[in-house]
Structures are given as C-alpha cells and as structure tokens.
Design a protein around this ligand. Sequence first.
Ligand code: UVW
Length: 319
Amino acid sequence: DQTVTAPALGDLLAEAPSNWGKWGPDDEVGSLNYLGPEQAVAAAALVRSGKVFTLQRLIGDPKGDPVWPGRSPAVRTQIMDEATWDGAEAPQFPGGLHYADDKIDAFLQGSTQYDALGHVWYDGKLWNGFDARTTVGGMDVASVEPIAQRGVVGRGVLLDMARFRGKDHLDTAETFDHTDLEACAAAQGVQLRPRDVLLIRTNYLQLFFELGDAFYEGFCEPGLQYSPELVQWFADNEIPNLVTDTIANEVTTDQNNGVALTLHCALMRNLGVVFTEITDLEALAADCAADGVYEFMYTAAPLKIAQGSGAPVNPVVVK
Ligand code: UVW
C-alpha cells in the first residue's frame, strides 16, 4: 500500500529550496513577483501576427467536464428564459424587455483555474509560512484574491511534450522532468529564459473525452515528477507560473515513492509557483507546430473571489 510506505512530505522536502520570506512576511503572490512591468513590455514585443488563443475549457461541454476525482462538474441552471415571461406573475418592464438569467454552481477548481497559493499545505503551514488554520471557513491569506488583483502577463513558452515524444497524448502515469522540458524546447527551436510562464501540453485529457467515466479508473495523470534537481531548476529559473492541460499539473502519484502531488507542495507551497490547470492547449499547439513559433505573450486574470482557494480563468495568448 503506497499510502502507508510513502514518505511524509515534511521529510521528503526537508532540504528543498524555499522562497518563504523572499518578498516579505505578508506576501501572497509568491513567484508572480518575478513578473513586473519589464516582463510585460518584453512579452508585448513578442506579438507579431496578432493571433489570439483562449485557453479555457468550455464549462458545460456536452462531451463532459474533466475534474479531479471527488469534485463534480459545474452545473448551470437557467433562471429566466422566454418561457418565464409568459406567466401572469412574470415581472413586466416598461417597454416590454425580456431577459435570460443563469446561475452556476461550481467547484472553483472545477474547470480551467488558477490555484491560490494557499490551496495546498502540509505540516500545518501554507505558502510563506502562513498558518493552515487561516484557511478555516474561507482563506484569510494566500487566497486567489491577490493573484486575481494582480493579473499575470509575461513571456509564455509552449512545451509540447506529446508532440516531442511523437504521441497523440501522453500515457497514464507517464513522467518527465526539467531535462525533458529543455530537450523539448531545443527540438522546438525555442530558448527557455528565466521568468518564463511555462505551458506544458500532454493532451492527456483527450482520454477523458474518449473514455468518459472509465477515465477515472486507476487515475494517475502524466506529468512532471518530483526530484530535488527539478525543484532547484524551477527555483533557479524563477518560474512564476506553471500552466498545463492536465487536471493537476504533475504526475498524480510519484512513481518512485508513492507520494501524491509532491510538486503542489515543493513548487506551490514552498517556492510560490502559481499553478494553472485544465487548460485547453490544442489550438495553440496546432498553430505553434504550423508556424514554428513557440513563444508569445501570455495573459491571465482569474476571477476575483473573496477568500477563494482558486478561481476560474480564461487565459489569453497573443502571438
Ligand atoms: C488538488 O488540489 C487535489 O488538485 P488541483 O490542484 O488540481 O485542484
């Protein structure tokens, strides 16, 4: 049983690099501090063709909404429609206006989303050393609010790991590391630079759309796998934001030691790397393959949700 033999995160990451305190004791946006006006101006200079790509998955996709096991897809309910206005009790507006209204009941991590830095923790501490009890009843610190307030603008680089490995999509539990990312970048003819927003394509969720509920049997997404060297690489390269097209941005269960979601802890909790999950990179990847340009301006701003552990987002890329 891997859950019994897996090492505790506190032991595994005892010597791992940390950015706690680097931007002051009250900081709630972590490695997004690496993105400032200089990075925004440089990113804007990458806009050449004016092609725009939106990276959010469709909420309410008739083919289904992929979510982490235990979460449910968003439910949209229509409150007002043309039929509503037929009844005797229907409100009447001078001039005869009718309108449609909907509401949505959704996990904040139930579609394309930004995680708050305090979304995960271990040993009772969140990002920057904040006490995990500050999450009780709504996140008092390190929620998605300051990330949403700030927004994200920077040089984005797509690393198409599926194409690099000659596959339609990566396989269940398939792993890769920073050396693979560098090799992928080299094969694509793009140079990785410090403070890049990394967008990693696996196309793994294609299996969700093919398999439906059977997708969740033996659930283990492919992705980056923890090693001390990988975490150091993220620290050295001052990566602000990791964006992927999987539900949780990393191999679900470490294939070496059985630990779940190690990088959520090593990168998000300890380094303050912000995670963006469940993006749709297909149109962007097709375009990059066609024109050979894998760098672009990446912009995103999650919804401003008070005390939220995350928030839906529709990132925009401009090439
Ligand atoms: C969990 O936190 C379990 O997953 P995610 O970061 O994908 O929301």
